[in-house]
Write a protein that binds this ligand. Sequence first.
Ligand code: ZN
Length: 133
Amino acid sequence: MSIERFDIRTHSRNCAVDITAKVAEAVGKVTADDGIAVIYVPHTTAGITVNEGADPDVMRDVLTFLEKQVPQSGDYRHAEGNSDSHIKASLVGASTTVLISAGRLLLGTWQKIFFMEFDGPRDRHFFVKIISS
Ligand code: ZN
């Protein structure tokens, strides 16, 4: 089974991009069965998370919290000057797994899948691997 690649463009240094429709598209192409979707980001300053998509203030609050806890300047040594981006990427994680039931993502009513940008704006990509049974 193949791995699907999606290219996206982010528009600010820190932002949450709803990628649920793209992941659902990958699921629809591959399976009508039960299984899992692994969503993976091959970047060191971005992440993937599942959270509320109904009220945009939720992801605004998550980003504001992370920016406050991990400020852009601090006691960092990394010469590239984006240590906060790397730290936030580690806190969020580079992948997530979502269950698939009867060919559809088994997300809760309010859940969406978000690409978490911590060093934008940039051209980015992520991968979706579907494993069905
Ligand atoms: Zn760096």
